[in-house]
Design a protein around this ligand. Sequence first.
Ligand code: FMN
Length: 296
Amino acid sequence: MKTPEFWPGPMEGVMTSPLLRAAAELRLVRRWMTFFLRVTGVPKRKHLEAFLAPFAGEEPVTLQLMGNDPVAVAATAAAAAAIGAKTFNLNFGCPSRQVTSGGAGGGALRDPDGMIRMIEAVKTAIPDRPLSVKLRTGWSDPAEQEVFLPRLAATGCVNKFFVHFRTVKEQYLPVPGREERLKRSLELAGTVPVVLNGDVETPEDAAALMAELPDCAGIMCARGWLRDPFLLRRLEGLPCPEPEEGRETFFRAVTHGGFPVNKSIELSNFLWGKERNPYFSRLVALPPHSLFSSAN
Ligand SMILES: Cc1cc2nc3c(=O)[nH]c(=O)nc-3n(C[C@H](O)[C@H](O)[C@H](O)COP(=O)(O)O)c2cc1C
């Protein structure tokens, strides 16, 4: 197995500038995938620059695009490449009904031909840049990956898959069979590397998953990374504080310079869970539109 890559999962609404900055300062990640840039038309250069700016730093950045119009998404990729974006990802996994109803995000999984058109259009627009795909195992049935994964791999345009083991219909519900589904994803992807995603919250779970699926290219952790911000470092065997101290360190680093109260509540709920959130009573007592600062 090549050295596995550990990825923080993209999280729209969570990946604010202060959070990204704190994570970079604490060296919690080695790479970023942006949350989705929703493409409806080709964004202006200013908009693209503003979208990418919070991710700018030492870590390489993969820009995630999501849309249903191959022409617009391809033109957006080209525009982003022109201002320096180096690596691209297509989102075929977002389960939001607003998104899927128009055939974007996870909605694309219902139309393998459409996914291929999108992938080929984007690759044609950015032929020299790596293009990966983040997707789920199906729209309503994990057996769907049997059909689309080999076809997407056969385009020769995808350099990596990020597979969240659930179907779109399963949203974030607890479902059994993660290992079996992802094992099949690896087989179906053939020679295209696969990063495994879904419910990895501890180093023990990651180690067990990688022991069972040693051909994977790595692991992506989204919510687990927020519950233990040092998780990706832990997976690499780097020095780390205990999880509780890590949560505290990270929350303080994010909110130090002032962070919106509503976002602070959301982040602390992610970090500790609603029931065990040590900041909750303090935060809800503040005006919702004010700033909270751990420095005070
Ligand atoms: C709040 C939130 C926002 C998310 N935003 C995105 C996104 O912008 N792009 C994406 O590909 N996945 C997004 N996801 C999905 C995660 O990246 C990941 O695939 C999913 O949560 C399963 O992994 P986990 O069990 O490690 O959280 C989001 C998930 C959450 C919880």
